[in-house]
Design a binder for this molecule. Sequence first.
Ligand code: ZN
Length: 485
Amino acid sequence: MSVIKRTRSFPLVVLAAATVMGCPVNPATGERQLILISEAEEIELGRQVAEQVEAQMGFYDDPDLQEYVNQIGMDLASRSEKPNLPWSFKVVDDVVVNAFALPGGFIFVTRGILAHFNSEAELAGVLGHEIGHVTARHSAEQISRAQMAQLGVGVGAVFVPEIATYGDFINVGLGLLFLKFGRDDERQSDDLGFRYMTRAGYDPSEMVDVFDMLGRVSEAAGGGGIPAWLSTHPDPGERRERMAERLVEAGGSFGGQVGHERYLRVIDGLVFAVNPRNGFFRGSTFLHPDLQFQIEFPAEWRTQNMAHAVAALSPDEDALIQLTLADEDAIDQAADSFFHQEGIQIRSRSSDRINGLPAHAGYFGATTGDGTELRGLAVFIEYKGDIYQILGYTLSGEWSTYAGAFRSSLRSFDRLTDRDALHAQPRRIEIITLDRAMTLSEFAERYPSSVDIATLALINGVGEDDTIAAGESVKRVVGEGLPEE
Ligand SMILES: [Zn+2]
């Protein structure tokens, strides 16, 4: 989690009854489409999911980089068939190599994918591809299909907003509904991305390098952890071939802008891999250097460090512990505003101390919108001027199974004193301009990196023995990243 407070909860998106919009011709693809939601509904839906993306992943904290990515995206979008959508292009603070589009024009790239690009044209190619998903209305089409499949089946809204985080876990799945496109949709978006990047004057052959990079990322992951963009965007090899064919058909050489040096200058200093300042796990212990606390979650639970919350889900997925920063400045206020919500029944509550810190704890019952009865323990702790709210809750019938785990986890909140953890700094990309030609291996010896040579080759898009010309810029990775135990 970052130090940003969660100011609102985001309950599940509930679609209103579908309105049949007919089968108009899409200006980007020239095809007739059966779409059951209007463009205004599409934009509203995208906006709501975009808020969930921010709450879960958070934006990368670098206004200049955000501005740069947004400018390139806006330029491409202005050349699309839908220049007037409320387009926005954001960098999310996530390590995975990924980019995705939400209906209505909300487009995201991760800092993980930015670390792997080597030119502005590569970035423009991926943004153009994502713009293509929006202009071709792929997700709107998908929503329509989903709606048709479950017309009349409403998603239960959650009455108690604090408890909506159960929904956040569900929303990870909901998000994928929007992100997973079929092969034909991917081809179409590749075509549209090609169109938009050439209109903007970029060299489209750079997109071939993107597919090469994705293939190498996938190989490096050893098949186990396939990067998200690949699981939702199948077959980089096949798409690379198609992109190469497209280049030949269109007359081969384009000579558009590449922007290698310009791009590397912009990402100089970019955080690489996990950023320990945002908190990290050591086994089942969560440590947060910036906020200087630690907390122990039950062993074997599935944990997730989101931008506005840290959470742990039981293996049977029927109990959840979540830690957030409260909006209030005092413990009693924070506790009151939680316990006095509609739908919450207080069973008992009292002032307390947890590891010497002022606290307030209470047992509660809650009823969700679909009538599910929950029981839980809530703890509020004051520490370094912030109020922490930690909830543990489960289905009423499972209370006795989890009550002990909730108590020991919630009462494990404590000051972080481990010096290595407190001083941990992220790895960063540093750009070096070569004063003479050298191979990447020679470069790695002269300018050491804290990642291995294979990773260095991958992020620079070259082979270990490839020679890099004098005057060219190269990425290296500095800093130690996650501290050893
Ligand atoms: Zn795609």
